[in-house]
Design a protein around this ligand. Sequence first.
Ligand code: HEC
Length: 128
Amino acid sequence: MKSATTTIIVSIVTLVSFSIPTGAVEDGQAIENGKSVSEQQCSRCHVVGDYNPNGGISSTPSFQLMVNALDDYEERFDTFYIRPPHPAVIVVEGIKKRDDLPFNAAPVKLTQKDVENIAAFVKTLKNK
Ligand code: HEC
């Protein structure tokens, strides 16, 4: 009887400790996806980490500059798609596009998950 109780406790402890790395794996996946979507969709205008150090257009701040120099970078990355000039080129699925802006560049289409993943990825650009 005593050993059955011990077995149950060991099982619970094992389950709990196995569920912790699962969260880390999901975070890892979000970062990986956010990195990939940032490199594909944002590097046209921004320098994104070490993906395109000599790229970007001169009117844009690099991702690493924003993450390291601005205290409110997380809020900016959570809402970048409503901050000019992005509404002119970026559409997030399920969020209504403002259509009173000039449409003068090839559109970028993202999912809301992509936006969350980008926010997870840029945190990795923070200097330790
Ligand atoms: C068509 C060019 C273009 C693309 C594509 C683009 N950006 Fe930007 N972004 C800009 C410009 C220009 C600024 C600077 C705006 C300013 O100084 O007011 C900017 C600024 C930002 C800012 C700071 C905004 C603020 O108001 O503080 C964030 C965050 C950002 N971009 C994220 C992104 C992300 C994430 C992507 C990819 C999904 C992306 N951008 C794609 C041109 C672009």
